[in-house]
Design a protein around this ligand. Structure first.
Ligand code: SF4
Length: 262
């Protein structure tokens, strides 16, 4: 580089330094050029940070504990006797406190026909057996009229404990107790069900239809063909219903015979 150029650079530098001194005193500030990152680089960095955080979060957040459904012991009952043993002290609803006796059911554990009513009444609550008293005796006669002995069938109620003053079962009582009935059906494996009474029919079939309408067809309760007819206690109050009841059970017997021969 020629000497004259060097002198010019030095002179320019001196002038610059003097200006700097005039502005900032004896502290010399050096301006460093900052290169701004490109938008793409920023996006990439954010993405990288977010993905790192996500991975970290994944590692740090414990996996949610999977809740397994509560399987109550009675669900695995081997037979009807075992089931009775397992649930006879049930206190799942308020009726457990007011019952005299738990009314599980009675009859042939391998019955082809199951009779289902609504809930125990006063006699049943006192004896721990379903369908006793006058209504129970009439049920026995109805069964005999279609060639079933009482001991050949299985008789049970939806509720196993008596609602005070024979009031209708509450929905929560049905919700707690009906699974026991379903388990009884699963263990007995009846070919047919006879549901007696409007309340029992409404509760089992989850419908509000009239008894007349329900009697007109065969229903399905947990895979079992189900007939509906009057409750024997209703027949004691109104003997006019005996004839239609007779017709209902005749239809049931006919289907039973057909199932037997097939
Ligand atoms: S009515 Fe059924 S659910 Fe309620 S206490 Fe009796 S057995 Fe248990």
């Amino acid at each position: 580089m020629p000497e004259s150029e060097i002198e010019k650079i030095l002179s320019d530098a001196q002038t610059f330094l003097k200006q700097e001194q005039a502005l900032f005193g004896n502290t010399l500030y050096h301006e460093k050029k900052i290169t701004k990152p490109s938008t793409a680089a920023i996006v990439e960095k954010v993405e990288r940070t977010e993905s790192t955080m996500a991975v970290k979060k994944k590692i740090e957040t414990p996996a949610p504990v999977k809740k397994s459904p509560i399987i109550e012991e009675w669900n695995s009952a081997a037979d009807i006797v075992d089931l009775n043993k397992q649930i006879c002290n049930c206190m799942k609803c308020a009726l457990g406190k007011t019952r005299t006796k738990f009314v599980f059911g009675v009859g042939n554990p391998n019955a082809d026909l199951m009779v289902i009513g609504e809930a125990p009444g006063a006699d049943e609550d006192a004896q721990g057996i379903p369908f006793v008293g006058r209504a129970g005796q009439l049920l026995t006669k109805i069964l005999e009229a279609i060639q079933f002995k009482r001991e050949d069938v299985y008789i049970a109620n939806i509720l196993k404990c008596r609602p005070p003053n024979n009031r209708k079962p509450n929905p929560d009582e049905v919700e707690q107790c009906e699974p026991y009935l379903i388990k009884q059906i699963e263990l007995i494996k009846p070919k047919l069900i006879l549901c007696v009474g409007l309340t029992a029919a409404h509760t089992l079939l989850k419908t509000e239809e009239s008894l007349t309408s329900l009697r007109a067809s065969v229903h399905n309760y947990h895979g079992v063909p189900t007939f509906v007819t009057y409750h024997p206690a209703a027949l004691l109050r109104n003997p006019n219903w005996k004839k239609p009841t007779w017709e209902d059970v005749q239809k049931l017997r006919k289907m039973y015979d057909e199932l037997k021969t097939n």
